[in-house]
Design a protein around this ligand. Sequence first.
Ligand code: FAD
Length: 530
Amino acid sequence: MSESTLHLTADVLVVGGGPAGCWAALAARRAGASVVLAEKGYVGTSGATPPANTTLFYTVPGDRLQNDGMVDHRIAPAKGFIVRDFVRRVYDETTVNTELMTRWGYPWPRNETGKTFRGNLRGPDYMIFLRKRLLAEGVRILDHSPALELLTADGVAAGAAGITRRSGDRWEVRAGAVVVATGGCAFRSGVVGTHNLTGDGYLLAAEAGARFSGMEFSGQWALAPAEGGLTKGIIYFSGSFSDADGTPIPHPGVPDALAAGRSVHAVLDRADPYLEDGYRKGQPNIFVYFHRLGGNPFTDRYPVRLLYEGTVRAAGGLDVDERCATSVPGLYAVGDATTREKLTGAAMSGGGPAVAWCIASGTWAGQAATAFARQVAAGTAGLAGRPVQAIGGAGLRPAANPDPERTAEAVTRAVQQEILPLDRNYRRTGPGIAAALERLDGLWEAARDGLAPPAGATPRDIVRAREAAALVATARWILASAGQRTETRGLHRRADFPGLDPAQHHHLLSGGLDRVWVRRADPHEEAVAA
Ligand SMILES: Cc1cc2nc3c(=O)[nH]c(=O)nc-3n(C[C@H](O)[C@H](O)[C@H](O)COP(=O)(O)OP(=O)(O)OC[C@H]3O[C@@H](n4cnc5c(N)ncnc54)[C@H](O)[C@@H]3O)c2cc1C
């Protein structure tokens, strides 16, 4: 071990400092654990939340009509798998924690009558507020410190190791339990806030044997101005669309028009002055683009594109139980890193549930990880002295000779070619999936054997190589699952199977590295069918 390795020990290590990771760290700390949080970027500005103004769902005590409505209106788009009681638990937990935020002094916006409005979290101030709270509670934050691999002790998660981007120093945190909070994976598609979301947490969990659920429900695409990356979709409910010549295109036809190579223009001409005012005040982030370029989106047509968000605010991810434990002992997962099928079925989780899930899953995982860490501590001489193994492979330690041609950039581009083109991945086909998987399997073997940071690598090179390996792995779990679901359901669209098949009301679990596997699992017994 080099002298420039920072060694830390904590009851709970949280990997990823978006809202889900922050809530996990806070819950663990409140349960009495010592906590380290390692974040690839900077806690407060990194991840999908800061650029997005997020709508938040929560229950209002005593308001049965509102609470039932909030659950019920999600049932139809979910197309099955949603579990009413579970949704209710998530929103109830969110309410409890928004109360906590009030006690901690969060400045909720107020309306003209002075009543607080909790239905919208303003990304930047919410995340900076959580950062300050973490520091006040004594959580040790490692900013700019991506985790590269998991440490295990006899198959139990026992910490992680990574690098500090600025100095190049290594870090190693030995912990009684680990929480994966690395968000979804958007394959570097250009969506603002998703640059760091490259599936790293999936890969380090899968290397320990963790499995996924619903990875086929990853067809989350969202509209953005053609030259912009902010995919805030709410405004397009007030939009009219047309092609370059002005021929109208109905809203549901926009993805197919774009996939066919037509240019599509939007104008938000269906927003009345009241709504326009609401958008401008409530979602000012959307209008930065138009202020910069000039033009008024409510009166002037502007070109749009669809950007891939992958598993960010989608439904698939690491399979977790009711306490957010993965299938690996001591390893927990939260937020966008997890499957959200019980919460939103096969549909996208954004628009309220995703942010509530970050709060609820973070809280549950933080508590459960603390309890697990206590058991570990009671059964060992001490966390620091436990023999551990660093288990990272692809992109870190090539199985054969490093191949100078196999650069992180080349591997990343190759994965993107399989996953980002609209005409390949928006509506999938059996032959298209099979051909892409064959190429990706070859890419995985080559990456596993030959992808490594070059000699004299900078910290950036080291991180990029591991990210590239994670992107290949994630694309394979997505497409292997997509190949097994021969129907169209929610975020999984098959051109060759355009209808929903009630006989396929089952989950698809997946996992594996060299050999990717997919198998069926029964839905929760309370799951609503499509
Ligand atoms: C445009 C847009 C609008 C949205 N609007 C809404 C909305 O209105 N309502 C709603 O409910 N949801 C919304 N969402 C979804 C919501 O933003 C996400 O669900 C939420 O940010 C997920 O939080 P998270 O903590 O799980 O992941 P993230 O916020 O993505 O955070 C993950 C963190 O992990 C870090 N990380 C990654 N890899 C590593 C590593 N190897 N080591 C250490 N750290 C790592 C990343 O840097 C990042 O900071 C929206 C999303 C987008 C993109």
